[in-house]
Unconditional design. Structure first.
Lengths: 209, 212, 195
């Protein structure tokens, strides 16, 4: 299923007869949006853990944020490629989206440092959940800040607006986005299943000991 | 209200501890002045006012970080946090009391830092800069104290706090520098927004930072 | 007052408590024994709310303000005086007639003369006595004591004996100890944690 959907994602952009740079757009923005979705999902699971003490919510939150970071890294990479193609530079501080993802990447990388330095248990789950909630608040706040920052750091030479989307392009864009979300969802489920299997194995091993 | 008396008692406790131990505040004062001196040497000739203010904010952020690293030191070294957590008072009072004490230290450091900055880099600190500094202080102390509480629960404490704090400090720095260089009142408004949002999140979630 | 069923606590991969059943009725006095590292401290921390069980049920019918916990650590600030420490806890626990109560407790534990000295200069015995003051200050309904006679000399132990005897009627007790014989007169039940 994943294969079929990713194939659709590849074919759809070819419909639009644009240059190569525009094709990256079909990946870059959906990947970014999927990343936001993953972080949002992670924060939601974190909230569930704190509020309802749902068992397993902590693991789901962790896996979601893990996916979010992977897609975030991809956002930075595709964004950098797009910047190179469009403007000839590998990095542009004026690209609000790119800078936002850099800040978020740093933030969520610290999430993993936090998790690795605390013993597994309810305490670590609490800390991770609170941090995930901070992250989701940081996304809009950071975006506003970066937009303000660009006003006095760099004169706006490059614009970072996406192209105007015609109907066909919009359709392709949506398909691509759906494909990315499905890809993220599948990876999420796979990783979650793997981690759950790990913990059940550990439990069994303990019972035998 | 007993909630306010709790906060008062806890803040007073932290201030008294610093008065006795006298380690954090002198370190912060010395650090901020040393940092400003270092920055003088890192700035090229004829650097813009924007660059100088940028470095002021770097100095402030890292001075705050120095203070925050010591924030829960007493509780951590002597395992006293359990005693506070067990009390019937709301756990958020622990956070608020500490944040207030932290704010006092930071303001004290700035009372030294800002005149030093004016001395080294020329005058230019106006009302908007001060408003920016004041609002930034609130953001730093609220968010920083909670993150210090998180770091206190980990093995890698001193290493972890800067990693947790700096990404969240980026919007504060942007707002602060913007306010300092007369970017307009929207930077000050932004800081108010940041402070409001994160203060609420911190207040609601500190309970979970110190309990299982 | 305390009811535990199939209680389990795991730290990472290490299982500290497994399949523990426990019951303490109101006015009871339960002594918990066991070798070092058997999980006595963990059990007490669970009952007090500083830790959450990984599995099983635990019910403790008392609010935080009516609970008195004596931990391994004295839970006092070394840079503050005994008076300042107890004053802080007195405020947090909303102790009525705070100053009088503090004075009385310091007297009963023979710490009145040292009340204005920094706790950092106290001997281990004095620290333990101060910790007991802290735990008893708010006249709790449930006393959870982790090896209360640690570091106490003969005189200190006598003081504690007297306090326990006096408070016996008014409270419920859960005590972890290496020396259960000390509590023979007071205890209603005894439980041993086996590895």
């Amino acid at each position: 299923m994943v294969a079929a959907v990713t194939m659709i994602a590849f074919f759809a952009p070819e419909d639009a007869d644009q240059g190569l740079s525009q094709k990256i757009f079909y990946f870059h923005v959906p990947i970014a949006l999927t990343s936001y979705a993953c972080f949002g999902w992670g924060a939601w699971k974190g909230l569930l853990h704190l509020w309802k003490r749902s068992p397993g919510a902590d693991l789901e939150s962790y896996v979601a944020i893990h996916q979010g970071v992977i897609f975030g890294a991809l956002t930075l990479v595709t964004g950098s490629i797009w910047a190179k193609i469009s403007w000839g530079v590998w990095w542009a501080w004026s690209s609000n989206q790119l800078v936002l993802f850099l800040v978020l990447f740093l933030f969520y990388a610290a999430y993993f440092m936090l998790r690795f330095s605390v013993e597994p248990g309810p305490r670590r789950a609490n800390l991770s959940a609170v941090y995930a909630l901070f992250g989701v608040a940081l996304i809009p706040v950071s975006f506003m800040a970066i937009r303000l920052a660009n006003d006095f750091i760099h004169p706006t030479v490059f614009t970072s607006n996406g192209p105007q989307m015609s109907g066909r392009m919009f359709a392709s864009f949506c398909v691509s986005w759906a494909a990315m979300l499905l890809l993220a969802g599948t990876l999420y489920r796979v990783e979650l299943a793997g981690k759950r299997l790990d913990s059940r194995l550990r439990e069994l091993r303990e019972l035998l000991a | 209200m007993s909630y306010l008396t709790d906060i008062g008692a806890l803040a007073r406790k932290d201030l008294r501890l610093e008065l006795r131990a006298r380690d954090t505040l002198p370190a912060m004062l010395l650090f901020v002045v040393s940092a400003l001196v270092v920055f003088h040497f890192t700035l090229p000739q004829g650097a813009s006012r924007l660059a100088a203010f940028g470095l002021l904010w770097v100095a402030l952020i890292f001075t705050a970080l120095l203070g925050l690293t010591r924030c829960f030191a007493a509780e951590r070294e002597q395992d006293v946090l359990d005693g506070l957590v067990l009390a019937p008072s709301d756990r958020s009072a622990i956070w608020l009391g500490k944040a207030i004490a932290m704010l006092a230290f930071l303001v004290a450091a700035e009372v030294v830092a800002l005149p030093a900055f004016a001395l080294f880099f020329g005058p230019g600190i106006d009302g908007r800069t001060l408003a920016g500094v004041a609002l930034a202080d609130l953001g730093i102390c609220t968010v920083g104290t909670l993150l210090a509480g998180m770091a206190a629960a980990s093995r890698a404490r001193e290493l972890l706090l800067p990693l947790l704090f700096l990404p969240l400090a980026i919007p504060i720095v942007i707002g602060g520098v913007g306010a300092s260089v007369n970017g307009g009142v929207r930077y000050v408004e932004f800081l108010v927004l940041y402070d409001a949002i994160f203060a609420i999140i911190c207040w609601a979630s500190f309970e979970y930072v110190v309990t299982e | 007052m305390i009811r535990a069923r199939a209680l389990e606590k795991r730290y990472g991969d290490k299982r500290v408590l497994r399949g523990l059943d426990l019951e303490v009725e109101r006015g009871g006095f339960l002594v918990v024994t066991g070798p070092n590292g058997s999980g006595k401290t963990t059990l007490l921390r669970l009952c007090v709310g500083l830790a959450q069980p990984t599995a099983g049920e635990l019910e403790v019918d008392v609010s935080r303000g009516r609970l008195g916990f004596l931990a391994h650590e004295p839970l006092v600030y070394r840079e503050l005086t005994a008076l300042e420490n107890l004053d802080l806890y007195g405020r947090l626990y909303r102790v009525p007639e705070r100053r009088e109560r503090i004075g009385m407790l310091l007297e009963r534990f023979r710490l009145w003369e040292a009340r204005r000295e920094r706790v950092g200069s106290y001997s281990r015995g004095m620290l333990q006595r101060l910790a007991l003051c802290r735990a008893f200050l708010h006249e709790p309904d449930l006393y959870v004591l982790d090896e209360p006679f640690t570091a106490l000399d003969a005189e200190g132990a006598e003081l504690l004996d007297r306090e326990l005897a006096e408070r016996r009627e008014r409270g419920t007790f859960l005590v972890a100890t290496h020396a259960p014989a000390r509590f023979e007169a007071l205890a209603t039940a005894q439980v041993a944690i086996v590895q």
